[in-house]
Each structure stands twice: as structure tokens, then as C-alpha cells.
Design a protein around this ligand. Structure first.
Ligand SMILES: *Cc1c(COP(=O)(O)O)cnc(C)c1O
Length: 362
């Protein structure tokens, strides 16, 4: 058996006629920049997430930049986040001249541990960026309490969690601003780069709309230092089709995760994903912990089963962040999980036979 990790090909074939027609329509209209499809998508994203304002943008990294720029994060500020995430979360903080301040993760959810946040708050702290890793929001009730108490902003990095819920709300509808990514392999992916920011605050929404268009207030009049951060009409057209089917995709991902968990429950050599009772996951990844990971990955590879590691090195140990002065041992849970974590093939179309084969080989 040969198993595909994200199975984008299968998904394209499923919606092929509609998607290819939408692509052709944009090509024929030549409305490549900020075409109607973009506004249409933003309206649908607002309906889907429950957030009052959705602003699409070029990718999930720029989404983080737009969010921080809208909140005036600047050199000298400190922003608290997790070291167990994709580089973009902390890279964007540093890119704006602010300082990423890391806090270790919870051992069960792998998300930022709210009990360790307050120790790291100083007079320079401006914001907290929890990441909804693998598709599950962090402990937002506790994080929101801390933010309110210390007058801090919250930006949720929801690049992996579009459509997940926490206390019944999507994570696009929590915090001050929430971001997502439409990178092809994310739960809702486009056919290239794409992203969005969400907020319930009209002023912040308008500022982010302006920032993504070079900070302009009207054409060639610039209120802010902004960026070229628009989403292509072509990507919006594709997302308009894919979003219609996304609730079904999410339900299928949940089913696949449930089947994995059921089939793996008796494997004592693995630690399985943990979903908090307040949360549902978008299941960007199904990640397990295993002690002899390299060996297991190699064995699976030989059997035609692809695996991935999200992520093999926590951010406080990355070369680019050496200047922050962290060392090995500073965030022990992030370090252990980085050594043991392994993602299994995950997409809405993993079959029962594939799950049986994967579990059999584990
Ligand atoms: C993918 C990802 C990003 C960046 O999104 P891009 O669209 O690739 O720029 C940011 N944060 C996290 C946690 C991600 O997984």
C-alpha cells in the first residue's frame, strides 16, 4: 500500500469541475487583484466563523504581521508565545523588532501553558500569542483572564485550526485578533499562499484592511506604513468553492481522528492526542508521541506510510533566536515533545483500510 499524507490530489479530483470553472472565470475576467471573489470570500468567512470581520491576506505569516501591526507592536515590546510552533509565530514578532518571550507548553495539549504565563509578564509585555497547535485552541479561558488582568492583547495563531471550536465558538472569534493560513496543506487550503485575520473590533478590522493595502486610506494616500498583503482573486475563487464543502471535510477529519484513537488505544508505546472537553479540533495533524521515533518513522516509510515531525526543534534552540539567550533545558516539555512527536497521515479521505494498515505497522 502507498499512502498519501495530505491527499490534495484526491480533494482536487473531488471538486474538480467547480474549481476549474472558478479558475477559468477569473482568468477570463482578468480581475486578478481584489476581484469580487475576495469580498465574497470575506463575507462567507464571517458567516462561517461568527467573527464580525474577516480580512483576507497573502498568507498566514503576513496575517500575524498585520495583526501585530494593527495593535502597534513595536521595537522594545515583548510578546509572549510558545516555543513549540512553526517558526512564523515568533519570527514575525522579531521581524517587527519586538522580543519573543517563550513560555513552555502543557504536557497534554502541547499548547502554551497558561499557568506559566504570568511569571513572564513585565512592564514591556504587550500581547500573548497562543497557537492552536494541530487544530486545537489553547486554554483560552485562563489566557483571557490573564490578558484582562494585565491589560494585554491576545492574537491567536490559528494557522492550523480553522473551524475548530472552544466553548462552542470558533477560535477565529476569540481573543482580540485571530489569524489563519490557507497554505495548501492546512485544513482549509488554497492553491498557493493565502491567509486571513479575524476580529470583532471594527476599528482594528479597518486598520488591517488598510495595512494590507500599503496602509492606504484612499488610492495613493497612505495613513500607515503597511505592506502588500492582499489575497489573489484566484485563491479567493478557489476558497469560495472549498469553503462550501469545508464543514463536511471537518466532520471527516474528526471521524478519521476518532478511528485512529480507537485503533491505537491499546498501543502502550504511544501517547495519543488529547482534546480538552471545552474544545473540538480541526485536526490539522494527528500527532502521537513515541520514544524511538527515528526507528518507527523508518519502518513506516519502508511500508509506504509517510510521517512528519511538527516540529523537531523548539524555537528557543533555533540558530536565529540564539540572541535571545535561551539554552537547552529552559523549556523541558517542549524539548521532550519535539524529540518524540510524530504526525500520521491526516486528511479527510484516509480510508478504514489505510488506518488498519498504518495501525498494523505501528
Ligand atoms: C503554517 C503556519 C503559519 C504560517 O502560515 P503561512 O501561510 O505558511 O505563512 C503560521 N503559524 C503556524 C502555527 C503555522 O502552522
Amino acid at each position: 500500500m502507498k499512502i498519501d499524507f495530505a491527499n490534495l490530489q484526491y480533494q482536487h479530483n473531488l471538486y474538480k469541475d467547480e474549481i476549474e470553472e472558478a479558475i477559468l472565470k477569473v482568468a477570463r475576467n482578468c480581475n486578478f487583484i481584489m476581484g469580487n471573489e475576495v469580498q465574497e470570500l470575506e463575507k462567507s468567512l464571517e458567516d462561517f466563523t461568527g467573527a464580525k470581520y474577516a480580512v483576507t491576506c497573502s498568507n498566514g505569516t503576513d496575517a500575524l504581521l498585520l495583526a501585530m501591526m494593527a495593535l502597534d507592536i513595536k521595537p522594545g515590546d515583548e510578546v509572549i508565545t510558545t516555543p513549540f510552533t512553526f517558526i512564523a509565530t515568533a519570527e514575525t514578532i522579531a521581524f517587527l523588532g519586538a522580543t519573543p518571550v517563550f513560555v513552555d507548553i502543557d504536557e497534554k495539549t502541547y499548547n502554551i501553558d497558561p499557568n506559566k504565563i504570568e511569571d513572564k509578564i513585565t512592564s514591556k509585555t504587550k500581547a500573548i500569542i497562543p497557537v492552536s497547535l494541530y487544530g486545537q485552541a489553547a486554554d483560552m479561558d485562563k489566557i483571557q483572564d490573564i490578558a484582562t488582568k494585565h491589560n494585554l492583547k491576545i492574537i491567536i495563531d490559528g494557522a492550523q485550526s480553522f473551524g475548530c471550536t472552544y466553548n462552542g465558538k470558533t477560535d477565529s472569534n476569540l481573543g482580540d485578533i485571530s489569524t489563519t493560513s490557507f497554505f495548501p496543506a492546512k485544513p482549509l487550503g488554497c492553491y498557493g499562499d493565502g491567509g486571513a485575520v479575524f476580529t470583532n473590533d471594527e476599528k482594528i478590522a479597518n486598520k488591517m484592511k488598510s495595512l494590507r493595502l500599503h496602509g492606504q486610506s484612499k488610492r495613493y494616500h497612505h495613513k500607515y506604513i503597511g505592506m502588500g498583503g492582499r489575497l489573489d482573486t484566484l485563491q479567493a475563487a478557489i476558497l469560495n468553492i472549498k469553503l462550501k464543502y469545508y464543514p463536511k471535510d471537518l466532520a471527516l477529519r474528526q471521524e478519521v481522528a476518532f478511528k485512529y484513537t480507537k485503533a491505537l488505544e491499546t498501543k502502550t508505546n504511544l501517547i495519543l492526542p488529547y482534546i480538552d472537553e471545552k474544545a473540538t479540533s480541526a485536526w490539522a495533524q494527528y500527532s502521537v508521541r513515541v520514544k524511538n521515533r527515528d526507528e518507527v518513522q523508518n519502518r513506516l516509510k519502508e511500508a509506504g506510510i509517510p510521517t512528519a515531525v511538527h516540529y523537531p526543534m523548539p524555537l528557543h534552540l533555533q540558530e536565529c533566536f540564539l540572541y535571545l539567550g535561551y539554552k537547552k533545558g529552559d523549556f523541558p516539555i517542549s524539548e521532550i515533545v519535539s524529540d518524540e512527536i510524530m504526525s500520521l497521515p491526516m486528511n479527510p479521505y484516509v480510508t478504514d483500510e489505510e488506518i488498519e494498515y498504518i495501525v498494523g505497522n505501528l
